[in-house]
Design a protein around this ligand. Sequence first.
Ligand SMILES: C[S@@+](CC[C@H](N)C(=O)[O-])C[C@H]1O[C@@H](n2cnc3c(N)ncnc32)[C@H](O)[C@@H]1O
Length: 288
Amino acid sequence: MKTAKYDKISQTAWLTAYPRIFSDIPFSEEIFSEIEKTLKSQGSAGVSETFKVSRLAPELEARYKLVNRLLDKNGSQQILELAAGYSPRGFIRSQDPSVEYVELELPLMIEKKRNILEALTLQSKIKINNNFHLQAGNAISSEDLAASARYFKKDQPITVINEGLLRYLNFSEKAEVAKNIHALLKQYGGVWITPDITLRKLLETQNSITMPGKNKEISEAINNDFDQNKFENENQAKEFFENLGFEVEIHHQAEVVGELVSPKRLGIDSDEVLKLIGSGSVFVMKPV
Ligand SMILES: C[S@@+](CC[C@H](N)C(=O)[O-])C[C@H]1O[C@@H](n2cnc3c(N)ncnc32)[C@H](O)[C@@H]1O
């Protein structure tokens, strides 16, 4: 399947990598500084200011930590993360040899990730094990998902994760991804954990409090009118996935508010934090 239509979205992997440097998510600073180094070595001034939004940190830290918590609670040792971008979760989790971790990303993006990880490995900052796999492909393609699953044992469940992908996909693309995941989970067993439940309220909060004007700028830079891709409310999102054959358990980012370190580092008070993360949910889904 062609991926050129999606390549511009890969710039949003900067948007999520940058705020993580204000959290205590391991390797966030190392990864971001390597991204900047690479861009500068290619003659650019570094990550464009369009994609550097520090006030997104509480939301992104909360979603990362809530996904981790739900992964510990519901997940399996065989993990497929779609659209992982520059996230460190995969190589961190695969330090455990009983884990098999596969990241499926667009081919151009996966090369960038590979280069960053190789540079950090050469500097002895990280260690990559052979139970960590980078798979080039498109999350909308059932063939690419099946190719990613070849690393997994057939008699054990899998967990599928995606963080920050579905908001850039229209409703028919979201449904394609969901159907592909459904088919995999029917075959292996397991769950799908995703915070990609972008509600109207979440975008309104981003547009009025978190980062006024930024979503429009980002939308133009990546040539993706993602405002069209939002869910009206949590019920609509739940029904969307239920109609595709999932049973849905809903969690909210506020569940991990006590674990956040970025608000203090950025001087954001607790009332404001609750506003920033208040519309963020994570769905844990199983095929019925
Ligand atoms: C907002 S970033 C999120 C990255 C990462 N999950 C994180 O939280 O830092 C969106 C990611 O989706 C990836 N992406 C976009 N379209 C895709 C597709 N069709 N298949 C796989 N990955 C895709 C982009 O390359 C980009 O890395």
